[in-house]
Write a protein that binds this ligand. Structure first.
Ligand code: GUN
Ligand code: FE
Length: 426
């Protein structure tokens, strides 16, 4: 019998589109060699010989994807949020990230981060490390060991930060990135590198040019930040007088999506007009990070408009802008933020529904990893089995209501099993 082939019986739900949720009470979910073979009301004869994990009465959902998280900021969660982005970075974040020059410090702190994510509901993450190569490799080793699937970036920054964390030059930053890529070549099965210019204010044009060349040479995906905060956007306008908009400052170096450069841009709180059009044209994924945008008083991204216009959107915790790694929490935060935006800012953009938020945290972000975030046949088998008995009187609620309550109320205590690519990690 195949190790990664089995059947789960339970109350199964997954998104098909932002508005369409498939609800399958007391059904059978088949995993064949790490991929979904579909959900069935009765177990088909051909799968009768597979082992069955009987979770009747429990909720079964796809694993969640955190499209944007800073692992080295985990130790700083829940403090210093009296500031806005640029002051917060200078006052709290850059000094903390400087500590990752010490591999011992990094090892301790990264272990805590990885263990939190492993036990929580996320199965995939796109992660910022720091500029430090050894610490970044340690983080990748720990993520690989955990069984999670992750893309991890050694951060690039060669300007506008303290000496303790600034790379000596564009050439030094590029060389360190190449060395990192050489060192991890062939080392992992589930952990992949992603090119990570921190944001435009941290990277000279020379560095961006070097990173564009590395991107094309290695065919790497890219992650960065875009249009998060008004002060930041004004600064980028000064730094890049030739750019049509903030997004154009990445696009000019070939680091803004397109078929050969899968890209995530975090935030996009103020992306509109030509910038939003370019995001769409280039198929760039937006990582919507509602908790961070609230904590740092950045604003509220127009996610409803992004969905209406067909842009790609997923959710990010943006720890430590956000306080919690759970993407269930990000779903609830996204709904709440959208309600305030609707009430106070723009009555033409209706709040997000629970269905839409669930879509964003599963299939919306999962798509960055390929066929991830659904139980449709052929999708990679990332699944959560959630015992909602602690907060839901069993058998007395509709499945969709149970899912809604799980978005708002569940935590790691309620996760009975968690699978990534068909392997059980909780
Ligand atoms: N922009 C550049 N760096 C950061 C960071 O660490 N967090 C957030 N929220 N925004 C950023
Ligand atoms: Fe961020």
């Amino acid at each position: 019998m195949q190790q990664d082939s089995f059947v789960i019986r339970g109350d199964i739900c997954y998104s098909e589109t932002p508005q369409s949720l498939r609800l399958c009470p007391d059904s059978w979910l088949v995993c064949l060699e790490g991929h979904s073979a579909g959900v069935f009301p009765a177990l088909p004869e051909q799968y009768a010989n597979l082992p069955v994990l009987d979770c009747a009465g429990s909720l079964v959902t796809p694993g969640l994807t955190d499209l944007h998280v800073h692992a080295p900021q985990y130790a700083l969660r829940g403090q210093g949020m009296d500031l806005e982005l640029l002051d917060w970075l200078n006052r709290y974040i850059f000094p903390e990230e400087s500590r990752y020059a010490s591999l011992d410090y990094a090892d301790q702190a990264y272990r805590r981060f990885v263990e939190d994510v492993r036990r929580g509901p996320n199965t995939r993450a796109c992660v910022f490390a720091t500029v430090h190569r050894p610490a970044t490799i340690r983080l990748m080793d720990l993520l690989e060991e955990s069984g999670l699937c992750a893309m991890v970036g050694k951060v690039n920054m060669d300007r506008n930060c303290p000496d303790t964390i600034r790379e000596a030059s564009a050439a030094a930053s590029a060389q360190s990135t190449r060395d990192w890529l050489e060192r991890i070549e062939g080392r992992y099965r589930r952990t992949r590198p992603i090119l990570t210019p921190r944001f435009i204010p941290s990277c000279t044009d020379e560095l961006m040019g070097e990173l564009g060349a590395i991107q094309r040479e290695y065919g790497l995906p890219v992650q960065s930040h875009l249009s998060e905060n008004r002060g930041e956007i004004a600064w980028v306008r000064e730094l890049c007088p030739g750019a049509k908009h903030y997004g154009d400052a990445y696009h000019a170096f070939g680091l803004f999506g397109g078929p050969a450069c899968p890209t995530i841009m975090a935030h996009c709180v103020y992306s509109e007009g030509e910038e939003a059009e370019l995001l769409k044209e280039q198929n760039v994924f937006i990582a919507h990070c509602p908790a961070s945008n609230t904590n740092l008083s950045s604003g509220i991204a127009p996610v409803r408009r992004f969905l209406q216009d067909g842009l790609r959107v997923g959710l990010g915790s943006d720890v430590a802008g956000g306080t919690h790694t759970s993407i269930f929490k990000a779903m609830a935060d996204a709904i709440q933020a959208s309600k305030l935006r609707w009430r106070l800012v723009d009555q033409s953009l209706a709040p997000l529904t629970v269905r839409e938020a669930f879509y964003l945290g599963t299939l919306g972000g999962g798509a960055f990893f390929g066929k991830v975030g659904s139980f449709a046949p052929g999708y990679e088998f990332d699944a959560l089995v959630i015992d909602d008995a602690r907060y839901t009187p069993q058998g007395r609620m509709e499945l969709e209501t149970r899912l809604e309550r799980t978005v708002y109320l569940s935590d790691e205590r309620d996760i009975r099993h968690k699978f990534v690519q068909g392997r059980k990690i909780v």
